[in-house]
Design a protein. Structure first.
Length: 252
């Protein structure tokens, strides 16, 4: 509504501007008329009128563009501002913390977040809530899933060694895979407890290494897994450890 009123005002001012310009120039033309050269001056006046009209039209266009541009810029700014606000609301937790060459995934509805390599793309992974994978190395990916639970903390499941061992051998490994646990750690961040385990799974055809981070909160048992081909594990381990350590539960 505001912009329409302004545009109508601009149109009126532009019309007055054009009319005034023509009058002023024509007046100047009339003042130089001479009885001895009426025919010449008449043709000159006609030429001047045509030129004045062109000049006035050009000036009018410049005037209108100059006045309308700030309005268009303002509207674009408002639109981009709304989008920026939306994005900031989704990623404010990571505004000053995202490591170089990573992006943040934030799911406020389901209450979790994590980082993933900036050149990975999202994809659908069976029975998982979110997942991203490397564009070229298909076995390199991160995914998150959660199940309902009446527990409130990962400690309620028992000691870390027992919980992690059972998780890897009976939940993360399939019957035809041989599981090896390389290490585990516990972290407490903002009063929330997390277990992270490094492990490998091997079959006759291929082998993978992974990090898994598990935690309980919001009535859910969360599991993040980030995996790579065993042959490339040494090269990418540190990169994927950042992903595993970045998992956070958000209050919902």
């Amino acid at each position: 509504m505001w912009s329409k009123r302004v545009e109508r005002g601009i149109s009126l001012k532009a019309s007055l501007f054009m009319s005034s310009t023509i009058r002023i120039v024509l007046l100047g033309v009339r003042t130089v008329r001479s009885p001895k050269s009426n025919r010449i001056m008449e043709s000159t006046n006609s030429l001047w009128c045509s030129s004045v009209h062109s000049i006035a039209s050009t000036l009018l266009l410049l005037c209108v563009c100059g006045l309308l541009w700030p309005l268009q810029e303002k509207a674009a700014t408002l639109r981009s501002g709304a989008l920026t606000t939306s994005l900031l609301q989704a990623s404010s937790l990571f505004a000053e913390e995202i490591p170089e060459k990573y992006r943040a995934f934030v799911d406020k509805e389901d209450g979790y977040s994590y980082y993933y390599p900036y050149d990975w793309r999202d994809f659908d992974f069976r029975a998982h809530d979110s997942a991203f994978k490397d564009r070229y190395m298909q076995l390199h990916n991160v995914r998150v899933r959660f199940l309902p639970t009446n527990k409130t903390d990962i400690h309620e499941l028992g000691p870390m060694e027992e919980v992690v061992s059972d998780l890897v051998r009976y939940k993360l490994a399939s019957p035809n895979q041989y599981a090896t646990i390389f290490g585990m750690q516990e972290r407490n961040i903002d009063g929330k407890n997390y277990y992270t385990v490094e492990y490998g799974l091997q079959t006759p055809n291929f082998a993978t290494n992974s990090f898994a981070t598990v935690a309980i909160g919001n009535g859910r048992f969360y599991t993040l897994i980030v995996v790579a081909n065993e042959r490339r594990w040494k090269r990418y381990r540190n990169q994927l450890k950042v992903v595993a350590d970045s998992f956070r539960m958000l209050d919902i």
